[in-house]
Ligand binder design. Structure first.
Ligand code: GAL
Length: 459
């Protein structure tokens, strides 16, 4: 399938996803608030349930060394803790396998994806790695012939019955499925330091408009606070602030139109989003370019700034720092984006020529299991990809996000590889790097118009 066809497929699938999900066997919430919860979370499960008996322990693999190399960029406190939970689940079932934790630091895979490409091109693949469905999977790994189908695992493990079809379809081509999801992040979160807001008598409701955000930011600034935390030493974090603001200003339908070529990047509403994004940058911390995304979350926790627009891997940082939902920190959809769920799903494939093939297939079995999804996601901030998990094992944030996933419009993230080809993703990062300094809306719009043409998103 050509890039262009594949891209249409991915977008079509996302458009269809909301509909499909309503028909999915989503379990009834046991404690899911329909609105933003006000209660402290139920205690997070720190331990995985008892070892499952359905899958027998593997016999010794054919490979001479009994190892498994897992490649990812999960190195922040929350990310590493969640990854470790997956490793523990794996070693419960396969205690003799030595796991090689191959990580390359840099949020959003900003450094890792390049290192991975070099390894793949050089015929030196890890057994499995972190990837996003949609363009990233299709364009960077499947078309290049770096991954093998795992459709038989889907059948054996019954995943076709418990994973949302729309998401599985984003990893499927010509009847073969190529990755399994560990979890699904919601990209359009706005996190805040609740204690600082309490100090000023500011309460965030169930939704926040862009105008309301600016009013609060102005009030905080006047009181000598830094309203917005940004950690864009990896520029993707600022690109994410833009992506979220874009969704908030133009809405999900028009946002989807950008990726199927029916909406242009110099559309007046898109330019308005660029202006609002520029206005937000006026409220960011002076040291933004020296901080990574997780350092910005830490700064928020310490009260050095108040809001942070980030995917819910930020939740993993709060949990890792033992902060309490709705006591120390709170969340709301990024201004203007209530009703949309920006999908940033984390999948793992089987490398073609995986050095430890059977161990890698077992890794996929484990991460697709209920036990692993229930152990990993509370720590990571994402919701399980499986729809049959026990929701009572998840706190208020996760239940809120599960509800959002079930009822909101699902839209793909460009910053995290799903919505557009890698070349466009890179062009966006470059345009954001320039815009952060020159704040030139016309030049920003033109750069993206050109990038969309070059990536064949528009004719
Ligand atoms: C995303 C990824 C998340 C999280 C985040 C920050 O691309 O899907 O799992 O790791 O980057 O590093």
């Amino acid at each position: 399938m050509s890039n262009r066809k594949c891209y249409h497929l991915v977008l079509g699938l996302l458009l269809a996803l909301t509909l499909i999900l309503t028909a999915c066997a989503q379990p009834q919430p046991t404690q899911a608030p329909a609105t933003q919860p006000t209660q402290a979370p139920a205690s997070q499960p720190t331990q995985a349930p008892a070892q499952p008996t359905a899958v027998p322990p593997t016999s010794a693999p054919a490979a001479k060394d009994n190892k498994l190399e897992v490649f990812s960029w999960w190195t922040s406190g929350g990310e590493a803790a969640a990854l470790d939970a997956l490793f523990k689940e794996y070693n419960k079932r396969y205690p003799d396998v030595e796991i090689i934790n191959a990580t390359v630091a840099g949020g959003g895979g900003s450094n890792a994806r390049g290192v991975l490409q070099t390894r793949l091109a050089g015929g030196n693949p890890p057994d499995t790695w972190q990837l996003h469905p949609g363009w990233e999977l299709m364009g960077q790994y499947l078309e290049a012939g770096y991954i093998e189908p795992i459709t038989d695992l889907y059948k054996e493990e019954g995943w076709f019955d418990v994973m949302p079809k729309g998401l599985v379809d984003m990893m499927t081509k010509d009847g073969e499925t190529y990755a399994v999801l560990a979890g699904v992040h919601r990209g359009n979160g706005l996190w805040y330091n609740k204690k600082v807001l309490d100090k000023y008598g500011i309460t965030i409701g169930q939704t926040l408009s862009i105008d309301e955000f600016f009013q609060i930011a102005e009030k905080l600034k006047a009181a000598g606070e830094c309203p917005l935390c940004v950690g864009d030493s990896g520029i993707w974090a600022s690109a994410q602030l833009f992506e979220n603001t874009l969704l908030g200003v133009i809405g999900p339908d028009k946002y989807l139109g950008l990726w199927n070529g029916t909406v242009s990047f110099d559309d007046p509403e898109v330019k308005k989003a660029m202006e609002d994004y520029g206005r937000m940058l006026d409220y960011q911390n002076a040291d933004h370019s020296a901080l990574s995304w997780d350092q910005a979350v830490k700064k928020l926790m310490e009260g050095g700034c108040v809001f942070n627009s980030m995917g819910d891997w930020a939740y993993g940082e709060f949990v890792n720092a033992k902060q309490k939902d709705n006591v120390d920190f709170g969340w709301v959809s990024h201004p203007g984006t209530a009703g949309s769920f920006m999908v940033v799903a984390d999948g793992f494939p089987l490398a073609k020529g995986a050095p430890h093939r059977e161990n890698a297939r077992n890794w996929l079995r484990v991460i697709g299991s209920k036990e692993a999804q229930e152990a990993f996601n509370p720590l990571k901030g994402s919701i399980p990809a499986r729809t049959d998990v026990d929701r009572s094992k998840f706190g208020p944030y996760h239940n809120w996000s599960m509800d959002s996933f079930a009822k909101d419009k699902l839209v793909p993230s460009v910053v995290h590889g799903s919505a557009a080809p890698a070349a466009f993703q890179q062009a966006l990062n470059d345009a954001v790097t320039t815009f952060v300094v020159d704040r030139n809306v016309d030049a920003f719009a033109q750069a993206l118009v050109k990038a969309a043409k070059e990536a064949k998103i528009t004719p």
